[in-house]
Ligand binder design. Structure first.
Ligand code: B4P
Length: 188
């Protein structure tokens, strides 16, 4: 089993690098952002709840996200491992993930933190906003998402440093160069 977390601020390339990691290592993909956007599109009760938070650039409450993740994980049977993309985003979520994996006799093998400067994050997300149609890809919401990341999500870094699975990855440059750094970190 290879369980990987891809972590970093909004716009750091989590979704982009996840696709390459899946192609190379054959992992199942769990992206909480993608699941939430699918629920919003389906106009489900979960989607209706989540859209209020996402539109404001805030985190969806832990209890909702943890329940959603537990449900998704229980449906995975014969995967070689999982890439967790956009989860955990709080220390509470990290603790819940640890417990969920423990019940399966599994653990997180590596936590990859994509390190990208604030100006680069804003420029990438504004560029994506030109075509994405995402309600959260506008300057005001992007700035709020970065602030929320700094306040509520960045403490997750220390959690995984203590767990011994943390790897910092320089997240600027070409997508392929960043992926080479990831391959080296995962194979180490
Ligand atoms: P996410 O969908 O996870 O959104 P994100 O942080 O913007 O990352 P994403 O994966 O989309 O972008 P990427 O960095 O790959 O979450 C959206 C919202 O859902 C959150 O704000 C929150 O409200 C809610 N949510 C999700 N998970 C949650 C949780 N666990 N708890 C609570 N709430 C949760 O890429 C960004 C752009 O950069 C792309 O356009 C890409 O093409 C470009 N890019 C990538 N690599 C590049 C490179 N090397 N050079 C130039 N551009 C690059």
């Amino acid at each position: 089993m290879l369980n990987v977390i891809i972590f970093g601020p909004p716009g750091s390339g989590k979704g982009t690098q996840s696709e390459k990691i899946i192609a190379k290592f054959g992992l199942a993909h769990i992206s909480t952002g993608d699941i939430l956007r699918a629920e919003i599109k389906a106009e489900s009760p979960l989607g209706k709840e989540a859209s209020q938070y996402i539109n404001r650039g805030e985190l969806v409450p832990d209890a909702t996200i943890i329940g959603m993740l537990e449900n998704k994980l229980s449906r995975l049977s014969d995967a070689k491992g999982v890439i967790f993309d956009g989860f955990p985003r709080t220390v509470e979520q990290a603790k819940a993930l640890k417990e969920m994996l423990k019940k399966r006799n599994e653990t997180i093998n590596v936590m990859l933190n994509l390190e990208v400067q604030r100006e680069e994050l804003i420029s990438r997300l504004l560029k994506r906003g030109e075509t994405s149609g995402r309600s959260d890809d506008n300057l005001e919401t992007i700035e709020k998402r970065i602030q929320v990341y700094e306040d509520q999500t960045s403490p997750v870094i220390d959690f995984y440093k203590k767990e011994g699975s943390y790897k910092g990855i320089h997240g600027e440059g070409s997508v392929d160069d960043i992926f080479s750094r990831i391959e080296t970190a995962v194979e180490a």
